[in-house]
Ligand binder design. Structure first.
Ligand SMILES: Nc1nc2c(c(=O)[nH]1)N[C@H]1C(S)=C(S)[C@@H](COP(=O)(O)OP(=O)(O)OC[C@H]3O[C@@H](n4cnc5c(=O)[nH]c(N)nc54)[C@H](O)[C@@H]3O)O[C@H]1N2
Ligand SMILES: Nc1nc2c(c(=O)[nH]1)N[C@H]1C(S)=C(S)[C@@H](COP(=O)(O)OP(=O)(O)OC[C@H]3O[C@@H](n4cnc5c(=O)[nH]c(N)nc54)[C@H](O)[C@@H]3O)O[C@H]1N2
Ligand code: SF4
Ligand SMILES: [Mo]
Length: 704
């Protein structure tokens, strides 16, 4: 037996990039703790980190390719798997055209270096425009606002939370999610530090969340109305002359237009729609604008809603006109060691919108992809260009995209499907072949995406802790092999060589970066806090911030029509607004096969306000039937004042009761899928992003 050893790496499960210190002996893990020397996370971890051990040891995890003949599954060799996948994809494209193969890439793609680096050429070798990802059930409106305003869809303003005096959080719950489009490990303590230095934290959310608990002030807001809150705040800021006349004004276009248009959205006007008192809106605006430094941060809740595009635009406007863009303590831009954004000046994509449209619903493409809400339409609607084959990479859209039942029907009707995944789950069970990959501790990691969104500039390369077995393959090896077979052209580089190539362009050269240099720094290297970089960092052709893009102006007309509808809303049976929620011990749909994460009380419950429960004569813990325009589910309730009256909350990622999967523990903690209620027709019409916030549902006491 070997002596116990210590391995340092970055956790790849969420966006926080926590440094881990793992003690192990042979192939056995002894402990997983926080790495105190990691310059970003300083020793913090959450309960999911230890589940990396469960993931590594999980007997349900797939290691060799499996194929589904008429019935059941059989193991096959990699050679056979690659042959069959390639010939079937080619066959379908030959018969039905190049766009007859769709691809979907899920969330773990961006947490996986191999998938991030090798997916592009793989998709090119397919050549289809039927490209979908989890982006359009998540942060698409953030990309949209960045593209329109700053000229690059990945140029996100990141809250400088370690130096801010005022943080306004709208539609995010980073105390649980650990932050998103804001890599800030140990978020809760960073937030408490704002309060300690006599700053303020305000949360706006239809639920009094775990983040609300550690903030100074919480405001309930009616789901889907945040655009009006932001417009109301801006109207106060202009009306009371609280704008900041510095650099940002000089380098932006449209200041006067904003000033003019927000006049129609005074707090007196918007208050009744959003459910926040007039004086509270005014105070919030004044506090924000008068604070020495301030940052407004919006996330999932203001992205996946009917006006997600407008919300993300206005958040950037609010930070800009108060002088809090690109300045310390405000919303700043990163400059990571591998700067994917910066590199696109040499070569690459800055993002695109509406270059072409989807076949059935005519939805615009965004940066080469269509909204996943329309994937089922493309598979189920007959005609030229119909999708007949599918490649699903690290995604579980049956549970994670709207109207999962419809998507099941669609996937079941395909001529051919291949999944690149680690489990036989609710989505991959529809595949003809599943190509399994290494994951977590078996894979090397350089976080290309989340360094780009981190509150500090750091760099870290994690080697694989355990070498993969001979039969296993890394994600990138699979993609590379398929690319070669489909295109006939071989990419000679491996993962490390590709990273080395990218590191050459690094702005940092103390030390000179390469994979071998990074290996000498297993805790990571710190390059310091974010720095002011405008206007140089902008990608707009005139190096100006486009404060008011015509597309947003146009979309305000849609908001105005909606206001009329809201005003005249009559009561109906469908009188509850549905929102989601996340839990610390869960990660979208795929971590429920870890015993230590699912143990304890059932978390797949619906939160409802005590007065609503009383009106419906509901008792704590009882099952109710929740009915929407597309489906119904049965779920136990939790009665709590932490949820706004008229709103109910159900977490996503559950519903493991579906037959034909192989995730033993998850199946025993099945829950139900909220996406059996959500509707593919509910999207932000500007960006195409799914609108999960405020879906109208009816609640019935379940008599069974
Ligand atoms: N109603 C509602 N719906 C939502 C949300 C919500 O809050 N409410 N949240 C949305 C958000 S933000 C997101 S990001 C999406 C997520 O949507 P998806 O990405 O579609 O779903 P995940 O549950 O993340 O599924 C990840 C899949 O990747 C596999 N996997 C894990 N690690 C690896 C790996 O290393 N390699 C490979 N090849 N596969 C791997 C898992 O087995 C699983 O099948 O869901 C969205 N859907
Ligand atoms: N533990 C854990 N961590 C995760 C994940 C997970 O599943 N579990 N998923 C990861 C992923 S993929 C992502 S994208 C991030 C998401 O990170 P966050 O954005 O922080 O995630 P949520 O907890 O969904 O927070 C959304 C908040 O918006 C609120 N909300 C809903 N509708 C509205 C609305 O109309 N207006 C306002 N103002 N608020 C609204 C909800 O009540 C909720 O508190 O989390 C990541 N981290
Ligand atoms: S917060 Fe995220 S990165 Fe940190 S340990 Fe938990 S899952 Fe891993
Ligand atoms: Mo996400």
């Amino acid at each position: 037996m070997e002596q116990p050893k210590t391995h340092y790496r970055t956790c790849n499960l969420c966006e926080a990039m926590c440094g881990l210190e793992i003690k192990y002996q042979d192939k056995k893990i002894i402990s997983i703790k926080g790495d105190k020397k990691d310059p970003l996370s300083n020793g913090h971890i959450c309960p999911k980190a230890t589940a990396l051990q469960d993931l590594f040891e999980d007997p349900d995890r797939l290691k060799i390719p499996i194929k589904r003949p008429e019935k059941g599954w059989v193991s096959i060799s990699w050679e056979q798997a690659f042959d069959e996948v390639t010939s079937n994809l080619k066959r379908i494209q030959k018969k039905h055209g190049v766009n007859s193969i769709a691809s979907y890439r899920g969330n773990p793609t961006v947490h996986n270096t191999g998938l991030t680096l090798f997916a592009g050429s793989f998709l090119q070798s397919i050549g289809s425009n039927q490209v979908y990802t989890a982006t359009s059930v998540d942060q698409l409106p953030h990309h949209f606002a960045s593209l329109m305003m700053f000229g690059h869809y990945l140029l996100f303003p990141i809250p400088d939370i370690d130096r801010t005096d005022f943080m306004l959080i709208i539609g995010g719950n980073p105390a649980v999610s650990n932050g998103s489009t804001m890599t800030a490990p140990d978020f809760s303590n960073r937030l408490k530090a704002i309060k300690k230095r006599e700053g303020k934290v305000v949360v706006v959310d239809p639920r009094f969340t775990e983040t609300s608990k550690i903030s100074n002030t919480h405001h309930f807001i009616k789901p889907g109305t945040d655009a009006l809150l932001l417009l109301g705040m801006l109207s106060v800021i202009f009306e009371e002359d609280l704008t900041s006349e510095g650099k940002i004004k000089e380098i932006s276009k449209g200041w006067e237009t904003i000033q003019e248009l927000v006049k129609s959205y005074s707090p007196e006007i918007v208050s009744e729609y959003i459910g926040i008192e007039i004086e509270e809106i005014k105070n919030l605006a004044r506090q924000f604008a008068k604070s020495k430094t301030a940052v407004c941060y919006g996330r999932f809740g203001v992205s996946t809603q009917e006006f997600g595009g407008i919300c993300n635009w206005l958040i950037n406007v609010l930070n800009s006109v108060t002088g809090n863009l690109d300045s310390e303590g405000g919303a700043m831009f990163t400059n990571p060691a591998i700067d994917v954004v910066g590199m696109s000046r040499l070569k690459g994509k800055k993002g695109s919108f509406h270059k072409y449209q989807s076949r059935v619903q005519k939805l615009p493409e965004f940066s080469g992809e269509f909204p996943v809400a329309t994937l089922a339409d493309e598979i189920l609607t007959k005609g030229e260009g119909q999708v007949k084959g599918m490649i699903c990479i690290a995604g579980n859209p049956v549970l994670s995209t709207p109207n999962g039942k419809q998507l099941e029907k669609a996937l079941g009707s395909l001529e051919y499907m291949v999944a690149i995944d680690i489990y036989l789950n609710e989505t991959t069970k529809f595949a003809n072949i599943i190509l399994p990959t290494t994951t977590g501790l078996e894979a090397p990691l350089y976080d290309l995406v989340f360094h780009q969104f981190a509150i500090r500039n750091t760099a870290k390369y994690s080697e694989a802790l355990f070498e993969k077995t001979e039969e296993q393959k890394h994600d990138w090896e699979i993609l590379k092999e398929l690319t070669t077979r489909l295109s006939g052209v071989e990419n000679p580089a491996n993962l490390e060589q590709t990273l080395d190539y990218m590191l050459q362009f690094s702005a940092y050269n103390q030390p000179k970066l390469s994979v071998s240099e990074l290996k000498k720094h297993p805790h990571g290297i710190d390059f310091g806090a974010m720095k002011s970089q405008l206007p140089e960092r902008l990608f707009t052709s005139d190096k100006k911030i486009e404060l008011v893009h015509p597309l947003f102006l146009k979309d305000l007309e849609r908001l105005a029509s909606k206001m009329k509808l809201w005003k005249n809303e009559t009561t109906s049976e469908y009188n509850f607004s549905l929102i989601g929620r996340r839990h610390l011990r869960s990660n979208n749909s795929w971590m429920h096969n870890s015993r230590r994460l699912v143990k304890g009380r059932n978390r797949c419950t619906m939160l409802i306000h005590p007065e609503d429960a009383k009106e419906l004569q509901l008792k704590e813990g009882q099952n109710v039937r929740v009915i929407s325009s597309v489906g119904a589910i049965e779920i136990p309730i939790e009665i709590t004042e932490t949820i706004m009256k008229g709103v109910v909350s159900i977490p996503h990622g559950w519903g493991h009761h579906r037959k034909g999967t192989k995730m033993n523990i998850a199946e025993n903690h099945a829950g139900v899928s909220v996406n059996d209620l959500t509707d593919t027709n509910k999207i932000d019409q500007l960006t195409g992003n799914a609108d999960f916030s405020g879906m109208k549902v009816k609640i019935e006491a379940n008599l069974n």
